[in-house]
Each structure stands twice: as structure tokens, then as C-alpha cells.
Design a protein. Structure first.
Ligand SMILES: [Zn+2]
Length: 302
């Protein structure tokens, strides 16, 4: 593993931004393994979206959310089971009802321990934040759709089906036109493909494209990506377009005599040329690997 050189993955609640009425985002400040965290208020309840990496980050989110709520009831949800999004849920025990889609709960149960191990191996700053993690099962699990009434405001929790992970969930606040996408969309970086064969091959490029088309059609006013700056609906279109191009370029080369490595190098150069300012270049090759495996000629499919 390369040494972890990014800043410590610490959530800084002091930078919370108003995104809509009674709705704030604690931004990631461009720090790796810090997610954008949402706090959404209604007249009697407040929903927190994402925990931050590990119990100490989550404790500062709980403290912030409790003060913000001012006596209103607290709920927690997470967009998917990945560590910086969900591995702080234990800090919300006794403070908030934890609610997620079933596929996400199953992802956490099946792969949580493996990801904990993998992320501890990323470097000391990450391992420090993961000290003392006890994976917490959600209190409430829904199948495909759940409307959460916060009092005068209904938040829509929707499972998207397999895309970035097996159990992605999108959270929308219709009255404010705000959508939290989790890692289905990132701003200023290449789409994150957690394609780690043979350990984890649940990410699906083709399904992800279908999800992004549907989300872009909803045209929310504000899009809160999993990582990167809060933006508008253009963010969803950007991700959709990138994924479609990645698929097309991968599939166009797939039958050439060049091996997967040579194909990946060519596509990497092409994509960097298109988006020279985007971070996360290491995810391009993983995306190519995923989409190669998803070529329609490979009937392995599911
Ligand atoms: Zn993720």
C-alpha cells in the first residue's frame, strides 16, 4: 500500500453551509475520505445524512446535529455502507433512529468487516479514525422507498438498485429541490469504481449509467455529491456523460488485440485530456476493468 499522504480525514463541523431553509451541509473541504454530510430539519425532527469516518468524526456530527435540532427528534441515514459514509453510526446510538434501505443493510452485514480491514490498511491517519469502530446495524430497514416525515417536510429515501455499490440510496428533499447522491456523483473527480476483483465486484457501470439518467431527469435544484462541491443538476449530467463515454470507449476497444492494461492506459490518457482538472485518476482504470467485465458478450452479467 502506498503511504497515505492526504490530510487526516477529519470532519470539520464549523464550516456548515446553508443550502436551503433549515437544511445545511457540512462540506468535505476537498479532504479525501471525508463525505459531504447533510442535516435536514422539519418542525419536529431532523435527519442526518452520512456519519463521517469512524466514531470520533461521528461524535462531532452528533454534537452538531443535536445543537442544530434543539430538541427535535434525530434520525440518521447513510447513502451506502462505505466507511466514510457509514462507519460512525455507533455514535448515533441512543441519539438517533438509524434508517436505511435493505440492500445497504445487507451490504454492511456482508462486507463491513472486510472494508474495515481494507481501510485500516490505507495508512495510519485512516486507521486512527477507525479505532474502536463497532459496525452498527440499522434500527429500521425499508425495501425500495420510504418517505420520512420530519414535520412540514417529507424527505424521500429511495434505493436505486446496484450502481456504485449494491445498496446505494438517494435522499431527496422535494420542497427544497435538494438531492443527496452519495458516491453516485462526485464533483471535480472521476467516478469512484470500487472494483476490487476478486474481493468486491458489486459496482456496475451499466446500471450506474441507468441510475444517473433517471436522477438527471429529476432535475433537482441543488445536488449534494458524495465528495466535492455542492452544485446544480449539471453535476448529474456530467457524471452520466462521463460514465457513458467510459463505457463506449472501453467497449469500442474491447475486441482489439491490445490487452486490458493497454486499453486502460489509452482510455486513461483520453479521460485525463477531457477532464484535466479532475482528481481521482486511479479510478479510471478500475472503471475500465468493471465495464470490460460488463460487455454484453460476457454473459456472466449478474
Ligand atoms: Zn463509496
Amino acid at each position: 500500500m502506498p503511504e497515505y499522504t492526504a490530510p487526516d480525514p477529519i470532519v470539520d463541523v464549523t464550516g456548515a453551509q446553508d443550502v436551503a431553509e433549515d437544511l445545511v451541509v457540512i462540506p468535505d473541504r476537498g479532504v479525501q475520505l471525508v463525505p459531504n454530510i447533510g442535516v435536514i430539519g422539519g418542525s419536529h425532527s431532523v435527519l442526518v445524512v452520512e456519519t463521517g469516518l469512524g466514531p470520533r468524526n461521528a461524535e462531532s456530527v452528533v454534537k452538531f446535529a443535536s445543537e442544530y435540532a434543539g430538541g427535535r427528534r434525530l434520525y440518521l441515514t447513510t447513502t451506502h455502507f462505505h466507511p466514510e459514509h457509514a462507519f460512525g453510526a455507533q455514535a448515533f446510538a441512543g441519539e438517533a433512529t438509524y434508517l436505511v434501505n435493505r440492500a445497504q443493510a445487507e451490504d454492511l452485514a456482508a462486507k463491513g468487516d472486510g472494508y474495515l480491514h481494507m481501510f485500516r490498511g490505507l495508512g495510519a491517519p485512516v486507521a486512527r479514525q477507525l479505532e474502536g469502530v463497532a459496525l452498527r446495524a440499522p434500527d429500521v430497514v425499508y425495501d425500495a422507498a420510504h418517505d420520512l416525515d420530519l414535520g412540514g417536510r417529507v424527505v424521500r429515501l429511495r434505493a436505486t438498485g446496484r450502481a456504485h455499490s449494491r445498496g446505494d440510496q438517494v435522499v431527496t428533499v422535494p420542497d427544497a429541490g435538494v438531492m443527496f447522491t452519495g458516491d453516485l456523483a462526485e464533483a471535480g473527480q472521476f467516478a469512484i469504481f470500487p472494483w476490487f476483483p476478486p474481493h468486491d465486484t458489486d459496482v456496475s457501470g451499466t446500471r450506474w449509467i441507468a441510475v444517473m439518467r433517471r436522477l438527471a431527469e429529476q432535475a433537482p435544484r441543488v445536488v449534494v455529491p458524495g465528495h466535492g462541491d455542492v452544485g446544480g443538476p449539471g453535476l448529474l449530467a456530467d457524471v452520466r456523460d462521463y460514465l457513458e463515454l467510459l463505457r463506449d470507449e472501453t467497449w469500442a476497444r474491447r475486441d482489439s488485440a491490445a490487452g486490458e492494461e493497454a486499453i486502460a492506459a489509452e482510455i486513461r490518457a483520453l479521460m485525463i485530456g477531457r477532464h484535466p482538472e479532475w482528481a481521482g485518476r486511479e479510478w479510471i482504470e478500475r472503471g475500465v476493468g468493471c465495464l470490460c467485465a460488463e460487455h454484453p458478450d460476457d454473459s456472466a452479467g449478474e
